[in-house]
Design a protein around this ligand. Sequence first.
Ligand code: ZN
Length: 322
Amino acid sequence: MKMTGSTLALRVLAAALAAIMTVVSLSSCSDGKKKVKETETVPVTETETETETDTETETETEPVTETEPVTEPPETEPPETEPAWTEPVWTEPAWTEPPQTEPVWTEPPAPPQTEPPAPPATEPPAPPAPEEKGEVIGHSSKGFPIEVRGGITYVGGLMVANKTYSLPSTYDPGGMTPETYSAFVRMQSAAAAEGLSLYSVSDYRSYALQSWLYQTYVDRDGKELADTFSARPGHSEHQTGLAIDINSTYKSFADTPEGQWLAAHCWEYGFIIRYPAGKESVTGFMYEPWHVRYVGTWLSIPLRDSGQCLEEYLGITSVYDY
Ligand SMILES: [Zn+2]
């Protein structure tokens, strides 16, 4: 823009006015700072004045507004990509030695406390232990106590039924005693192993049966003869349940293999030949090779070795007193 003369005059005037105003403000104001401030404004006008001299063409330049580019951060969402399936790789686990630990000794559990099985009732008992205390009526010639319990006579603990000692009519074991039966079965088996057959033709007999039997013999043979081979009721060993007639009731039995085997081996099973030959006057009965009596091996063996009959061994008699 070309400055005209009027314009220049105006500018000079304005400058002069400004100078005047500066003087006024200095005189009326005590504030030094303001004074300095006012003074500073002066050069501004001077600068303007200087620019007046610059007559060079002025090019209006549009203010360049520097605009910082707003750059939004790019959306960086992870791409949705399906993960690829990869086959797992089998890797063998490394073997590691187990830690050496001292074995802890633990006491084994105690076996259950079980009652020992009761011995079979078939075992032959030792010398019978009387449960009921009886009355000792004396001693045998061999020193054995003679005791009566419940009407039954025991000599040295052994039940005795002969012509001297009788059983009450009510005594009834109901059959062979368990010990007697068991011993007989064992003896029977042993004989069978040698091809021999042993069987009972008569064992337990009740008081009533013996009464009938004895009377039958008396009626047939008379009392004196009948008393040599048949016991009066209450005096029969068959009532005890301990006696067995084996295979026969004839003397010829003694000559049979069974009779000979019985005479040789019955002792080993607790039996005795109750009425042996040659002892008729002691036992009160004729020889009966078939008639055995169970006493237990504790007595049968020493009795066999003694060669005595039971009355001799015990020191008792076998005589009717009526
Ligand atoms: Zn008999």
